[in-house]
Design a protein around this ligand. Structure first.
Ligand SMILES: C[S@@+](CC[C@H](N)C(=O)[O-])C[C@H]1O[C@@H](n2cnc3c(N)ncnc32)[C@H](O)[C@@H]1O
Length: 270
């Protein structure tokens, strides 16, 4: 599904509160689930854990530490291929997503791979899990950029994790916010203020948002992480591999050679 099929007629920076963001994004991901997997399914695989378009794999990076025997929460899991990889490593994952369309692909992935993990439909801002019950949490580009109150997501993840647990999440690198979302040369000219947190919104003819993305500066994100009780252990900025010629949306070899595209936050609860 493209924005045309959702009848988006415009793009801009507009306020979008929690309810507006939630409505737009659930609708977007439900509609986009099929085309997202048609376009990126081969890259994502059915049981692989890839952090970002730069193709950093958890099998190589080991940002989660030891996973065997641990109850792991995958936030904004999409088709849950990361959870199936974790299950293959001896972890006990539970995967959740706000979108029924994405979870349909998670069930299809389970059938295809023969590896089923528990799936839950939930919003990352209000987790239906008990306090202090999980040992690890992660997401590759899930939930965090799409919610109006990402500090609340950090607090919710902190609540369900036991002391000493890790929370590792990847998202677009905040520096990308200042450039147009274009993989080509037009995506190299800074034109949007880094300090403008007004959300990116696509909207239909009635002005109804069809897609919303929220920006946080690096400082904002660190304050959210620390404010929820985590320590920031590492901030990984994967480099574009010299032999990677594929483009993924606004990520391309051209831009990857010049700019970071992804930030991976490695956090730990005391
Ligand atoms: C870019 S996709 C990433 C999915 C998967 N991790 C992957 O790498 O393909 C973003 C995912 O976040 C989910 N999402 C967006 N807002 C959410 C929320 N508030 N709570 C839970 N999941 C959310 C979307 O439904 C979508 O599946």
């Amino acid at each position: 599904m493209t924005s045309e099929e959702l009848h988006a007629v415009g793009v801009g920076r507009r306020p979008a509160d929690a309810a507006v963001s939630a409505r737009a994004n659930r609708r977007w991901w439900d509609h986009d689930a099929d085309s997202y997997h048609a376009e990126h399914g081969t890259f994502l695989g059915t049981s692989d854990f890839v952090w970002c378009p730069e193709r950093l794999r958890e099998a190589d990076a080991r940002l989660l530490g030891e996973v065997a025997g641990k109850r792991v929460l995958e936030v904004g899991c999409g088709s849950a291929m990361c959870s199936r990889w974790l299950a293959g490593q001896g972890a006990l994952p539970v995967a959740f997503d706000v979108s029924g369309g994405m979870l349909r692909h998670a069930r299809a992935g389970a059938e295809q791979s023969g590896v089923a993990v528990p799936l839950v439909q939930a919003d990352a801002q209000q987790l239906p899990f008990a306090t202090d019950t999980l040992a690890l949490a992660s997401t590759a580009f899930g939930a965090v950029p799409f919610v109006a109150d990402s500090a609340r997501v950090m607090r919710e993840v902190a609540r369900v994790l036991r002391p000493g647990s890790r929370w590792v999440f990847s998202a677009s690198h905040p520096i990308r916010w200042i450039f147009p979302d274009d993989p080509g040369p037009d995506g190299l000219t800074a034109s949007i203020p880094y300090f403008d947190r007004t959300p990116y919104v696509e909207f239909d003819a009635d002005g109804e948002p069809t897609y919303v993305e929220h920006h946080r500066t690096i400082g904002d994100r660190v304050r959210e992480i620390v404010g929820a009780g985590f320590r920031l252990v590492d901030l990984v900025e994967p480099e574009w591999p010299a032999d990677l010629t594929d483009t993924w949306g606004q990520w391309s070899p051209l831009r990857g050679a010049l700019l970071p595209g992804t930030a991976i936050y490695v956090c730990e609860l005391d």
